[in-house]
Design a protein around this ligand. Structure first.
Ligand code: NAP
Length: 251
């Protein structure tokens, strides 16, 4: 009888911004599907530890990995370090979820408000993806899921920086999907509308929900389920797609 050790069958997934909100819910979902989850965070170690605890409570396993997605150096040090320590393992699922918003009207937008949002939401996608896609291509299997936004699909006033960054990731998703499709690597985007997380806690939900056909904000789990499906083998013929999860707000 061939004995395959549990560890050899383990599938690895990296979730950037896994410490809170949508990323945390994605970590739980992927863990529930049998993934060992690498939980990335930027500043909130305590929150990342809560995510790891929730993963373990579900019977899963994972670890915390700190880096700033907007820093090429930090991304490369952390991920190359992990790969060197874990020889023979490869990360087959990458969820580019880390994101920030710094809203301002264009006429008053500061250079940093533009560049911070572009660096995190758009450049971050490049740094992680460029590094991890190599192993996916070698292994002829991979799943990349980019968490974008309604803002990137429709454009939202007051969020020209954020809309530009997310629209950039949508374009990159469609282009990269064609670049790597032959190697059985899929690249898709999920575009949430208003989801109840720290990112939206300063918004007036009572007022905004009247614009949403479903008359409520979404929950992080409702986004995570879609990410989980795209990360699975079942989503084998979906690539270059942008899936809206917005309660009917915009299609
Ligand atoms: P959130 O609750 O504010 O959490 C943001 C996450 O991103 C945290 O884990 C944070 O880490 C991490 N992060 C931020 N900057 C980072 C950096 N430079 N490097 C590494 N990690 C970083 O946000 P969320 O609502 O869950 O949003 C998740 C994604 O969904 C984002 O891409 C966001 O743009 C998108 N989205 C959200 C909504 C919504 O309504 N909530 C709608 C559309 C799209 P720390 O905990 O260490 O700060």
């Amino acid at each position: 009888m061939i004995h395959i050790r549990q560890e050899e069958m383990m599938k690895y997934a990296l979730v950037t911004g896994g410490s809170r909100g949508i990323g945390r819910a994605v970590c739980r979902t992927l863990s529930g599907s049998g993934f060992y989850v690498l939980i990335n965070y930027h500043v909130n170690l305590t929150e990342a530890e809560i995510t790891l605890q929730q993963v373990r409570e579900k019977g899963g396993e994972g670890e915390i990995i700190k880096f700033d997605v907007s820093s090429q150096e930090e991304v490369e040090n952390a991920l190359n370090g992990w790969l060197a320590k874990n020889e023979g393992k490869y990360i087959s699922v990458l969820v580019n979820n880390a994101g920030i918003r710094k809203d301002a009207l264009v006429m008053w937008m500061k250079n940093e408000e533009w560049s911070d949002v572009l660096n995190t939401n758009l450049n971050g996608f490049l740094y992680t993806t460029r590094l991890l896609i190599k192993d996916m291509l070698i292994n002829k299997y991979g799943r990349i899921i980019n968490v974008v936004s309604l803002s990137g699909v429709k454009g939202l006033p007051g969020q020209v920086n954020y809309s530009a960054a997310k629209a950039g990731v949508i374009g990159a998703t469609k282009a990269l999907a064609q670049e790597v499709a032959k190697k059985n690597v899929t690249v898709n985007a999920v575009a949430p509308g208003f989801i109840r997380t720290d990112m939206t806690k300063d918004l007036d939900e009572k007022e905004l929900k009247t614009l949403i056909p479903m008359n409520r904000f979404g929950e992080p789990e409702e986004v995570a389920e879609v990410v989980g499906f795209l990360a699975s083998e079942k989503a084998s013929y979906i690539t270059g797609a942008v899936i809206n999860v917005n309660g009917g707000l915009y299609t």
